[in-house]
Write a protein that binds this ligand. Structure first.
Ligand SMILES: Nc1nc2c(ncn2[C@@H]2O[C@H](COP(=O)(O)OP(=O)(O)OP(=O)(O)O)[C@@H](O)[C@H]2O)c(=O)[nH]1
Ligand SMILES: [Zn+2]
Length: 197
């Protein structure tokens, strides 16, 4: 994708606000190293929030295939970066998604794309987890879906409580994953060593 096409309306205005922010932080936005910084930051922020302009439901429905497979499909270790809505600082980690189809499967990459879209919005980890689950549930209408996210929050590392090693785990599930036995199967497959292929 041409990066220039990712930028949205309001870019110049956003940059002018960041110029003001630099001044308010005690910097001189006219010094050489900072002259282009407001525009760089504005572009970076538009990229980090591009999920507002993307439709995750469409991504899934565009690659829906009729298939009889009715065992668990797991896409694990999906790397993501997001920003917490409280401090606008990054949180990042891995998302693991499982679903049991009900006549339809979707392209595997589309699961990762859904994670990507919701994570490119201001989030809390719990909502991110739930939105991914709900989107897959509503579009694929599977027998069940479960999402687990493990993440580190920069707002807990760089500031505030300053805990460097804490990891937050969240989960959301529907349908057959209501049964403990099914959730345990997913969790044990998650813990299993991936074969190197
Ligand atoms: N539940 C949840 N909390 C989050 C997430 N990201 C950041 N937070 C928390 O949001 C809370 C905001 O609390 P406030 O007391 O309003 O803000 P604060 O004074 O900056 O809090 P501290 O981080 O404790 O200094 C903090 O406890 C953050 O750790 C998230 O994804 N989920
Ligand atoms: Zn935060």
């Amino acid at each position: 994708m041409n990066p220039e096409t990712e930028f949205r309306e309001g870019l110049d205005e956003l940059a002018s606000h960041y110029k003001e922010v630099l001044t308010l932080l005690g910097e001189d936005p006219t010094r050489e190293g900072l002259q282009k910084t407001p525009m760089r930051v504005a572009k970076a922020m538009q990229i980090l929030t591009r999920g507002y302009t993307q439709d995750p439901h469409k991504v899934l429905t565009d690659a829906l295939f009729a298939e009889d497979y009715d065992q668990m499909v797991i896409v694990k270790d999906i790397d993501f970066f997001s920003m917490c809505e409280h401090h606008m600082l990054p949180f990042y980690g891995k998302a693991h998604v499982a679903y049991i189809p009900n006549g339809h499967i979707t392209g595997l990459s589309k699961i990762a794309r859904v994670v990507d879209i919701f994570s490119h919005r201001l989030q809390v980890q719990e909502r991110l987890t739930h939105q991914i689950m709900e989107c897959i549930n509503d579009t694929l209408k599977p027998q069940g879906v479960m999402v687990v996210i493990e993440a580190k929050h920069m707002c807990m590392q760089m500031r505030g409580v300053e805990k460097q090693n804490s990891i937050t785990t969240t989960s959301a599930y529907s349908g057959v994953f209501e049964a403990m036995k099914v959730r345990e199967e997913f969790m044990s497959l998650l813990r299993g060593e991936s074969k190197r292929i």
